[in-house]
Structure formats: C-alpha cells, structure tokens
Design a protein around this ligand. Structure first.
Ligand SMILES: NC(=O)C1=CN([C@@H]2O[C@H](COP(=O)(O)OP(=O)(O)OC[C@H]3O[C@@H](n4cnc5c(N)ncnc54)[C@H](OP(=O)(O)O)[C@@H]3O)[C@@H](O)[C@H]2O)C=CC1
Ligand SMILES: CC(=O)N[C@@H](CCC(=O)OP(=O)(O)O)C(=O)O
Length: 342
C-alpha cells in the first residue's frame, strides 16, 4: 500500500521538484496538487518536463478533500503556509517548506518576517527539518519545518564543529553563493535575465538576511551560549545550486577529522578528502551535500566549503527525506539518484 500524498504549491519550483522526486519513489501516490493562479491547468502544461506523468489537475486548496491523506507537502509562501496548515485535519502529517515553523522564538519570527505568528500552538510542536541532526524527533513528528536552503548549507559546514568546540565561535564568516531558483517562480524585476546574467552581486548585506535567524537559533542552542556569525549571500547567474565558503579559526586537520567523523555514516553528506573542495556542478539535481576542508596559509585558520542543490537537499529532497522518516519508510527511498553532470 502506498501512502497518499498532497502537494500544496505544486505550480512552484519546489512543488514541481517534489513531483519529479515522487515520480520514481514507489511508496507514495500523489492524490492532489494545488495551485493558485494556475489552478485548473494540467501539471504537464505548467511544467512540460513532467508531461509524461499521470498527475491530478492543479486545483485550489479549498477544493481538496484531505480524507485518507497521509502526508501533505506544503510548498507555499511564508504566512500563507501557516494559514493553510492550521486548517488541515489533525490526522494528516505535514512537511512545510516555508519559514513559518522554523523559529522557536516567536519574537524572532516577528522581527525577521515582519508580522506576528498566527499558529503558535502548531509552532510549538514543529520539529526543525535538518534531517541528520533531528532524525528521531522528525520520525515522531506531525509537523516538520523544512530549513532555509542557505541556512542548511551553512549548517552542514558548521554544526559538528560548534558541537565539538574545535573552532572559535566568535570568528565565523559564511560567504555564500546561490542560484536564482531559490527565489521561486514568481515574476520579479530583479530576477529578469538582464538583471542577473553575466554578473554576480551580494544581497541582504550587513546581517539582514532572514536565514541569520536560523543560524542564530541553531548555533546558539548547540553552543549553549549566543553565537552570531557574519553571513553574506550572493546571487549567481545559475539556476540551481548553493555553495558556502566558510572562514573559521581552528586547526584544519582537527576540523576535517570532526566533519569526517560526523558524516561518515550519513547517506547524503559527503566529506571530501582533506584539501579537496566541492562544486555545485557535482551535486546538481541530487540530494547530496559535499563538504571540503582546506588549511589556510595563515596558521590556525581553515576554510570549509559546502555545496548542495537548493531544490533537492536545500528543500524538496530534504522534505522527502523527512517524509520518509515520518511515514516509516527507508530514509533514502527515492533519493539516491546520482547528480546531473555536466
Ligand atoms: N526555491 C527554493 O530553493 C526554496 C524554497 N523554500 C520555500 O518553499 C516555499 C515554496 O517555494 P518555491 O517553490 O520556490 O515558490 P514559488 O514561488 O515557485 O511557488 C509558490 C507556490 O505557491 C502558490 N501560491 C502562492 N500564493 C498562494 C496563495 N495565496 N494561496 C495558495 N497558493 C499560493 C503558487 O501558486 P501559483 O503559481 O499557481 O499562483 C505556487 O504553486 C516558499 O515558502 C519558499 O520560501 C525553501 C527552501 C528553498
Ligand atoms: C536566491 C534566493 O533568493 N534565495 C532565497 C532563499 C531561498 C529559501 O531558502 O527560501 P526561504 O527561506 O524563503 O524558504 C533568499 O536568499 O532569500
């Protein structure tokens, strides 16, 4: 018996990526797909790369019957997500891809997202969705909050190092580059080809990116004291992929050994041999995160580089990994595809 699945926001990038992943999963059946402006259209017309699949027509959320549904992937914008999830039957498990349930401190949510939370009771039960670090809680959860894609990349590089106490907690710089699909499919002037191609630029400079709230929350919890990192994202003229170059103070070999030991049994997080470093090209379309460590020429400093695909390990792949756990399926089911290269 396969599990009955609904994808809300299926006409967006992460929703479409979920459909792509579920096409070969084998243990989940899509029973409904939602859209807003594109409701009424066939998924294969909205996304011709999915044309070969036999899929339900896109429909408005309010017309979906959730009886018999095992799990909902909610790939809606922030704020819309919480308004919808709080109306779902309590029997339905939910993996939310938005930021609505990531932050435990509601004052922090209001500070970074500009409005109060409308589902604080649900927030209190939500589990943060970075699978490798919350595995047991995720398996038992009804509601899992997918992480920010930039936030995931930085955390894979840093969490084991903060936990092991092998880096200076007050000297962490995350310099991150991301492809444009992280911004979603809606039309925005700053995402036009002419604004993006043939160049790269920083954004949210000076500690203003909302994923800092996730870094603050998670790193401070691990360290048991406030940890504030410097973080600057850059937009690349690429569709998929995130690469974070993280500057830390600590012994490079010890840093390497710590990361290697932390991830040696993980199916999706690969620590490259010491001195090698990753590329977004080698994780594209896959659920893998590659991590590399290089000693800096300055004694006592190291560079840790992490790369993943924002639409797989950074969102939809992570969401499916979590859903597998929540539904009692093998964690890697439907996710072991090799990256697309070149
Ligand atoms: N893109 C990424 O790499 C990542 C995204 N996320 C998060 O995942 C979520 C989805 O992102 P993404 O797929 O990129 O976004 P898109 O903008 O590509 O898609 C948004 C989806 O939500 C639907 N939608 C928008 N407004 C409403 C509404 N008021 N009521 C009902 N449906 C609505 C859209 O329908 P329609 O188009 O038909 O109007 C579309 O299906 C967001 O919260 C995002 O922050 C998280 C990590 C990474
Ligand atoms: C390229 C780009 O714009 N990327 C987005 C992050 C995408 C993501 O993780 O989304 P949410 O946190 O919104 O869910 C950004 O940096 O704001």
């Amino acid at each position: 018996m396969t599990k009955n699945i609904v994808i809300l926001g299926a006409s967006g990038y992460t929703g479409a990526e979920l459909v792509r992943l579920l096409a070969t999963h084998g243990g989940m059946t899509i029973v409904a797909l939602s859209a807003d402006r594109k409701a009424g259209q066939a998924m294969g017309d909205v996304f011709p790369h999915l044309r070969h699949l036999d899929l339900p027509v896109l429909q408005k959320i309010e017309t979906i019957d959730f009886a018999g549904v095992d799990l909902v992937f909610c790939a809606l914008p922030h704020a819309t997500s919480q308004a919808v999830i709080k109306t779902l039957p309590a029997s339905v498990k939910v993996v939310d891809l938005s930021a609505d349930f990531r932050l435990r401190d509601m004052a922090e949510y209001e500070k970074w997202y500009g409005k109060g939370h409308d589902a604080t009771d649900l927030q209190a039960e939500a589990v943060y969705g970075l699978t490798e670090f919350y595995r047991e809680d995720i398996a038992a959860a009804r509601l899992v909050a997918g992480t920010g894609c930039n936030a995931a990349t930085g955390q894979y590089a840093l969490r084991p190092l903060i936990e092991a106490g092998v880096i200076d907690l007050d000297q962490i710089i995350i310099d991150l580059k991301t492809g444009v699909s992280g911004a979603g499919r809606s039309l925005k002037e700053n995402l036009l080809h002419a604004e993006l191609s043939e160049g790269a630029h920083a954004y949210a400079v000076g500690g203003t990116h909302r994923h800092l709230a996730e870094f603050d929350q998670e790193f401070s919890a691990i360290a048991g004291r406030p940890v504030t990192v410097q973080f600057t994202p850059h937009l690349l003229p690429a569709n998929r992929g995130i690469i974070a170059t993280v500057y830390v103070h600590g012994d490079a070999q010890q840093i390497y050994d710590t990361l290697q030991a932390a991830y040696v049994d993980e199916a999706f997080v690969e620590t490259l041999p010491m001195g090698q470093h990753p590329s977004t090209r080698h994780v594209r379309g896959s659920n893998f995160c590659h991590i590399g460590v290089v000693a800096d020429r300055i004694e006592g400093r190291a560079i840790v580089i992490a790369a993943l695909d924002n639409l797989t390990k950074g969102s939809s792949g992570q969401a499916l990994q979590n859903a597998n756990l929540m539904l009692g399926l093998p964690e890697t089911q439907g996710l072991m595809m090799a990256p697309v290269f070149p």
